[in-house]
Design a protein around this ligand. Sequence first.
Ligand code: HEM
Length: 518
Amino acid sequence: MTTPNAVYWDPYRPEFWANPHPVFQRLRHEAPLYRNEEYDFYALSRFSDVERGLTDKESLSSSRGDILEYIKADLPKTPGLFIWEDPPDHTAHRGVLSKVFTPRRMNELEGKIRAYCARCLDPLVGAGGFDFVKDLGAEMPMRVIGMLLGIPEEDQVAIREMVDASLRTEAGKPLQASQARNSGVEFAEYIDWRAKNPSTDLMTDLLQVEFKDPTGTQRKLTREEILVFVNLLAGAGNETTTRLIGWTGKVLADHPEQRAEIAQNPALIPNAIEELLRFEPPGPSVARYVAKDFEIHGQTVPAGSAMLLLVAAANRDESRYPDGDRFDIHRKGPPHITFGRGIHACLGAALARIEGRVALDEVLKRFPTWSVDIDNAKIGSTSTVRGWETLPVFTGNGSRSSVRREAAPTATQESAATQPASATGSWELTLSTPAGPQVMTAHIVMNGESFSGTMSSAELTAQEITGKVSGKTLSWTLPLTKPMPIKLAFEASVTGDTISGEVKFGMFGKGPLTGKRI
Ligand code: HEM
């Protein structure tokens, strides 16, 4: 029976997700072992309890997964999916991936991560605003994990969308067990190709590495196991880091004086990222199957139950983090529990940290201040992550038609890379092609008498472009290989927020080009 005014926690209610922290505080104080009858689960919220839950692998098992809905659905086992395994299978499978997915390998990626950030952010300098999630958070981690695994650039967006779709929930509703996709069959083509064409990527290493399997046999990984590993990394490495970057944009906009300190002193970035991870963890909870009766707070949680370990609540437990609801980039003291604990502690934590640090550094170099366009921002929660699905922000210098500035920018607010020329920014271009109108997006950064940037469309992933500037006229080319090899030659003039000109389609003639700033 529910007592009047008893604390109630429903993990699916969108209104809780906007700010779950007051309810989490009540859970810690009033119901440290919480029972939700409606969805039939238990939850722990105090730091010491969550830590105990994550490390007591005998009582709280990962064998049915770490997502509440999947635990209850008792899905068939996928060998090699070690995040859903207990020892000894977990030990063998995690062990072999750790051999090739090393912190050293992750640290070596820093330069490339910086280059991906620059590719996302440079075209936005001078545009007056950008979206922390759509323009950076969803792009960079996908490119990084794609490069690491050896997934061709043109396929990376499709892979990310597939992974995201498999975890998306309808507002207020649980994840459907039918959404689970663990086999990694979508990666089969790449693995088979890599088997014939070895390279320096992780897929190649996975094809070659040897390990002692759970039966004690020394062997190589099977094709099925490699597919599962690749799938796990692509899934675990994308949306969590995307949400971290979104929270970076939101929380630092809410604490401008701390953001200014970091902009002045980039040495503060690593601690700022740790505090962001504590304050708003991208994955607010992990779940476990109760394999053996579990005694806590004088009660018994019976074997066969599902237990939610509320990482986000544990991270603000006042007994461990004084004034835990306060964001403080100078906070010293015990580490957060955002990457889990024990045998399943996040294998990609080093990579997530580098991505978070580099992203913040590269944003601050270009945009020391920003304010959130809160009317157009959207927060969401799936059964695995909580965070901003879109977080548009206003930056200094330049404007977007929808932009409302909260503070007047100063000349130094955008980096030295800011260019005075009028074409810098993002453009939607409409080309009249022999096959009908074609819409493309161009991101342009002017540099005196030349410019660089990218062009993309629904069918074409971003292609690098460079061109010349003469007065108000820009000229550039775009070589295409599909549907046939052809070089498009553009010449167009910019007037304020519009662009017009013509494009030549090799031997197929030419057509008008029009466009507007977006
Ligand atoms: C901010 C970003 C991230 C967060 C908050 C996060 C969080 C977590 C957490 C809480 C766990 C433990 C799950 C459990 O105990 O059941 C975990 C496991 C894991 N994470 Fe992450 N993660 C992040 C980024 C990444 C990245 C970038 C990768 C790899 C590319 C990755 C790969 C993994 C893997 C493979 C596991 C399974 C480890 C095991 O079961 O032994 N994660 N992560």
